[in-house]
Design a protein around this ligand. Structure first.
Ligand code: IMP
Ligand code: MG
Length: 192
């Protein structure tokens, strides 16, 4: 078994590790340094889009703590009518945040920027609550798939058009727990 697959998933459902746990942490530390520089002195609210952002957000706020930035934290649940590996056009709000955003510096977080529809919907929606500013932050960016007119203000890594799992990203709600990012082998997955 490859040392990059420290369990039984390697070679079975996963074909390649894109970013190891160490690579993720290293890059996250650099990115958080930029975020801290931009939001120091502001009242910061972090809004995570569930479920995909949970692991990224959890590591990110621990790095912000090291930078002496102590944000409010809230979550919204969005769903897109989707099959396991393709997102569809429609996004809907399943659970709203409860934190007031008026005058605050908001960091909106998602796992991946793919077509951009989810982040674009969330950003437009949150601007209705009169924040001072909304910055967007994604763990991964797949620019080749973009449909909506949106770019992330911060991202950890840019990737090609491959379906990836781990570090919060799922296939059919599975594999979110991997501490690394891997490319899934769609030919080995059970039919939906
Ligand atoms: P968008 O609205 O098309 O930008 O899609 C964003 C959502 O699609 C993400 O929050 C993910 O849940 C999902 N998604 C897009 N690409 C991937 C992937 O490679 N792996 C896992 N989920 C993905
Ligand atoms: Mg998903």
């Amino acid at each position: 078994m490859s040392e990059k697959f420290p369990n039984s998933l390697g070679g079975k459902y996963l074909k390649e590790v894109l970013f190891t746990e160490l690579e993720v942490k290293k890059r996250l530390g650099e990115m958080v340094f930029e975020i801290a520089r931009d939001c120091r002195g502001e009242e910061v609210v972090i809004v995570g889009i569930l479920k995909g952002s949970f692991m990224f957000l959890s590591d990110l706020v621990k790095f912000l703590y090291i930078q002496d930035i102590h944000p409010y934290i809230d979550f919204m649940v969005l769903s897109s009518y989707a099959s396991s590996t393709k997102s569809s056009g429609k996004v809907k709000l399943d659970r709203d945040i409860t934190t007031p955003l008026g005058g605050k510096w908001v960091l909106l977080i998602d796992d991946i920027l793919d077509t951009g529809r989810t982040l674009s919907f969330a950003k437009t929606y949150l601007y209705q609550s009169d924040p001072k500013e909304i910055k967007t932050c994604v763990f991964l960016d797949k620019p080749s798939r973009r449909i909506a007119n949106i770019e992330a203000d911060y991202h950890c890594f840019e990737i090609e058009d491959k379906f990836v799992v781990g570090y919060g990203l799922d296939w059919n709600n599975r594999f979110r727990n991997l501490p690394y990012v891997a490319v899934i082998d769609e030919s080995k997955l059970p039919a939906e």
